[in-house]
Ligand binder design. Structure first.
Ligand SMILES: [Zn+2]
Ligand SMILES: [Zn+2]
Length: 387
């Protein structure tokens, strides 16, 4: 049933299976599964990785597609007008054609695990945008903020917009809050207060609130040169790789797909190929090949794990005391596809000298005691510093 590629499986009570694979134990717990013949029958899977001594290593939740079930829908359509031309509501409202018609809704922004049925998306004269995101702390909504803003703005100019998720409380409320923030240059608290005044039940989860705060710090835009946003994208990509890897090695058997397009931008260009990468920071000590641009370095403060939620990474780095012991970077194209395994070695692409290691999952502890996760770590004695 689960893990076609497994080496050994023990099934315990309560839908819990222990998979023994690659010298690791993956504890996979199905929740509310019933008959499990395809991923769509699984409501959620909890995966607990154990280290070599059987200690819990991490927990991941992987919610899978649940076919739209009328019994699961909130009973009644409900929505609220947040401002002229902008409604926020639940899924039932988004499939209520009478309601949509009476309010002259022309644009629907769906942020949900499933898209709207074609009976709605084929309605003439209407525009739709679909964002596939679950209502979970670690889900990435920030990457969609700009596109969602443009869609809502366009819809408000041309007609009436409905933004909805399942309950109209967390995901859709986050996008509407983001819209008001950017439109009126508001802080998170002010924008959220405006939304709550019109729809009392809204409450974005804490991960979405942190993403809104990051958006505010960046000045209501996605600034690719912002270090905090870089950390955010790196940690989001790591989660995506981890979930994909664990899922493919347990529930599905198949090939890893590499980083999806949304996370591709986290991979930095090769300084040897792209001369616009700015100053080179490190070269290979053995063959002198340029390996790392200055802007591909991931910095940290001594003894402190750098977190994307920390706004100090949006400030001036010159004001911070940075660790100069360990060398950590973003993934760089010359490293190749690093998504086929959770960890491995890094070698020079020219002379093949061993330079360091990477780990999406466990990261690496710097000699200053800070743990960097994910980590693309270089042994300082293998590189020549150029700055
Ligand atoms: Zn080399
Ligand atoms: Zn350090």
């Amino acid at each position: 049933m689960i893990g076609k590629g497994r080496k050994r499986q023990e099934t315990l009570e309560g839908g819990v299976a222990l998979l023994y694979k690659n010298e690791r134990v993956l504890k996979v717990e199905e929740i509310d599964v019933g008959e499990c013949t395809s991923s769509e029958d699984v409501l959620a899977v909890r995966v607990e990785c154990m280290d070599g001594r059987g200690r819990p290593d991490s927990r991941l939740w992987y919610p899978t597609l649940k076919k739209m079930d009328d019994n699961l829908l909130p009973d009644t359509a409900n929505l609220d007008m947040i401002e002229e031309g902008l409604y926020l509501g639940n899924l039932t409202a988004a499939i209520d054609t009478k309601l949509l018609g009476s309010l002259r809704v022309s644009h629907i922004l769906t942020v949900e695990s499933n898209p709207l049925p074609t009976s709605i998306t084929s309605l003439p004269g209407m525009s739709f945008m679909y964002i596939k995101v679950d209502d979970m702390y670690h889900e990435d909504l920030l990457s969609y903020f700009e596109d969602a803003f443009s869609f809502i703005k366009d819809g408000q100019e041309k007609g009436n917009v409905l933004v909805h998720c399942y309950f109209g409380m967390s995901r859709s409320a986050t996008l509407v809050t983001c819209f008001l923030m950017k439109k009126y240059k508001l802080c998170v608290a002010e924008a959220l207060q405006r939304v709550k005044l019109k729809r009392h039940c809204v409450g974005p989860n804490s991960g979405f609130l942190a993403q809104l705060a990051t958006y505010e710090v960046m000045g209501w835009t996605l600034d690719s040169s912002n270090v905090q946003y870089g950390l955010y994208k790196l940690q989001a990509a790591a989660r995506s790789v981890m979930i994909g890897y664990v899922f493919i090695n347990t529930v599905y058997s198949g090939e890893t797909q590499g980083l999806d397009s949304k996370h591709q931008s986290v991979v930095h260009p090769n300084p040897n190929i792209d001369a616009d990468q700015g100053p080179v920071a490190y070269k290979c000590r053995s063959c002198r090949l340029s390996l790392i641009s200055l802007h591909s370095l991931v910095f940290h403060c001594p003894g402190e794990t750098p977190l994307w939620t920390d706004p100090k990474w949006s400030g001036r780095l010159a004001k911070l005391t940075l660790c100069d012991k360990g060398i950590f970077t973003f993934p760089i194209t010359w490293m190749g596809d690093l998504t086929e395994s959770m960890q491995g070695k890094l070698h020079c692409p020219k002379c093949h000298a061993k330079l360091g290691s990477f780990s999406w999952h466990e990261g690496h502890r710097c000699s200053c005691e800070a743990r960097i996760t994910p980590a693309f770590y270089f042994i300082p004695s293998k590189l020549d510093k150029c700055f």
